[in-house]
Design a protein. Sequence first.
Length: 218
Amino acid sequence: MNWVTRALTSTVGQKVVMGITAFGLIGFLTGHLIGNLLIYAGDDIFNSYAHHLHSNPLFPLVELGLLVFFALHIYLAITLTLQNQKARGEQPYMMTKTKQEGIILQNNWMFVTGAVVIGFVLIHLMDLRFNFWGYMGEGISAADLIKDVLQGPLHALIYFIGSLFLLPHVAHGFQSMFRSLGLSHPKYTPFITKLSIVLGFVYALGFASIPLWGLLFS
């Protein structure tokens, strides 16, 4: 397990692991968004999707893997942010511009957006995984549960704002993922930068549309 220790203690190793966890979380976001958007196809289709997802015997392992990826991502985000602040002599700045990479958000701002997203995820888990607020009545369907949660103006607003914060976080995180994995190249970086912005909008607006739908039309 020495390679794990080296990966989590060296700066280069930390950035590589950060890139790997970002890749995994991007994959999770994609699948989660596609599944959530099935709510627009009708209750029966969404309920069928939710049933097949949660009845899959591999689902607990997927949840465990996501927990590990989230934990590593958060730990490395904090560690690398503190290292960068120390290297800069505690001089904060939020944006930089390079010839190859264009304008990118810096780690201080990424830390803030990431913290908001994590807060949003925790509320999401309390609502729909741990039933903290008591939404899960006996026999309630997945579609009805989503509607019950999002019909509350406060919860709908939290989900809407939390979803919008995915835009800057994904827009930077996707392109940063390629740099962390050593896949950055002057020929392809401009395209990856533009693609990262497009993906940020897709994830943010896709997820944000659901609380609006829940509040206004469900």
